[in-house]
Design a protein around this ligand. Structure first.
Ligand SMILES: [Zn+2]
Length: 97
């Protein structure tokens, strides 16, 4: 995935999109041949499948990171998508003033 698109859309939507792209790569390879390639590209359909598989893995890990409950350095649980608990975030914000 192009890094400039990495943070566009929610992690679940990115995961869904990458699933779709993997399915498309599988069907293209099966229909037109794994050694065949798109007329305007040099990568074979097998190369495209590998690339889509890699993108799906990245989207999966990003999604898991987003939903897995984490713990703040202070031991309190952290809301999904955040790196510290609300109490520590307030203290850090206050200390920066
Ligand atoms: Zn904390």
């Amino acid at each position: 995935m192009d890094p400039k698109y990495k943070d566009i859309g929610t992690p679940i939507i990115c995961l869904v999109e990458e699933c779709g792209e993997l399915l498309q790569a599988i069907s293209k390879g099966d229909r037109f041949g794994w050694d065949n390639s798109h007329p305007r590209r040099t990568a074979t359909n097998l190369d495209e499948l590998r690339s889509e598989w890699k993108d799906l893995c990245e989207a999966y890990h990003n999604f898991i990171e987003h939903i897995e409950p984490t713990t703040c350095d202070c031991g309190q649980p952290v809301d999904p998508g955040y790196k510290m608990c609300q109490d520590c975030a307030i203290i850090e914000c206050r200390d920066r003033r």
